[in-house]
Design a protein around this ligand. Structure first.
Ligand code: FES
Ligand code: FES
Length: 218
C-alpha cells in the first residue's frame, strides 16, 4: 500500500490511503483533500498578483456555489473570505469590474445587487447566492445594443482613461432607476460614492446626464 501525504493535515507526517474507513482515510476524503490542496496552491499563486489580504481556503465541499450573474447561473468555486469583486474578475473572467482601492473608497468595483449599486470589493461572494448580480458586461442587450447610459457616455466621450467608467456607469444606472429625471446636482450626489483619478467630473456628469435623457426616452 502506498503512503500519500494528506495536504490538510500535513506536518511532515503522512497518512495511509485505503478503501475502507478504518486504518486510514476514505477515497472520498482523500479526493476532497486533493481539491483543498489545489485551492491552497491556487490561492498562494494569486497572492503574487493581487492585494495582500487574499482570501483564505475553506473546506472544498463548502465552496461550490451557484451565482446569478448577468441573468445566467454560474457555478463557481468560492473561498470563505472571497469578495465578489475577486470572484467576478478572477473566477468568472468579468474584468470590466475594476479593483481601485479594494477597501470601499473609490467605487471602481461597483456592481448592482438586485438593481442596487454596491462596492463588490466589500461584499463576500457567499452572501449574494440568492441575489441578482449585474456587472458592466450585463448592461448591453444580447444583440449588442448599448444601455442608454452607455450610449450617453459614448456620445459625450465622458471619460479620460476610463478606469473608473464601469463603476460610474453601474452607479448611475442604479441611481437613475430610483430618480429617472434628476437635476445635475442630484445626479452628482447619486454617484458621489465614485471617484475619478483623472478628475474628469464635468465630462462624466455631462455623459451621465445624457444617459439619463436616453433612459427616459427608451
Ligand atoms: S475597489 Fe471597491 S471601492 Fe475601490
Ligand atoms: S477617467 Fe481616469 S480614473 Fe476616471
Amino acid at each position: 500500500m502506498s503512503e500519500i501525504e494528506d495536504p490538510k493535515t500535513s506536518n511532515g507526517a503522512s497518512n495511509q490511503v485505503s478503501d475502507g474507513t478504518s486504518g486510514g482515510i476514505t477515497r472520498r476524503k482523500f479526493i476532497l483533500g486533493v481539491i483543498a490542496g489545489g485551492a491552497v496552491v491556487g490561492a498562494a499563486s494569486y497572492r503574487f498578483l493581487a492585494p495582500s489580504h487574499a482570501p483564505l481556503p475553506m473546506e472544498a465541499s463548502e465552496r461550490l456555489i451557484s451565482l446569478n450573474v448577468n441573468g445566467k447561473t454560474r457555478r463557481v468555486d468560492v473561498m470563505k473570505q472571497e469578495t465578489l469583486a475577486w470572484t467576478l474578475r478572477y473566477k468568472l473572467g468579468l474584468t470590466g469590474t475594476k479593483f481601485g482601492c479594494d477597501r470601499a473608497e473609490c467605487g471602481a468595483c461597483t456592481v448592482l445587487l438586485d438593481g442596487v449599486p454596491h462596492y463588490s470589493c466589500s461584499v463576500l461572494t457567499h452572501t449574494v447566492r440568492n441575489r441578482k448580480v449585474t456587472t458592466i458586461e450585463g448592461l448591453a442587450a444580447d444583440d449588442g445594443t448599448l444601455h442608454p447610459v452607455q450610449k450617453g457616455i459614448v456620445d459625450e466621450q465622458g471619460f479620460q482613461c476610463a478606469f473608473c467608467m464601469s463603476g460610474f456607469t453601474m452607479a448611475a444606472v442604479g441611481y437613475l432607476q430610483t430618480n429617472p429625471n434628476p437635476t445635475r446636482a442630484e445626479l452628482a450626489h447619486g454617484v458621489s460614492g465614485n471617484l475619478c483619478r483623472c478628475q474628469d467630473y464635468k465630462k462624466i456628469l455631462d455623459a451621465l446626464m445624457r444617459g439619463a435623457e436616453y433612459m427616459r426616452r427608451a
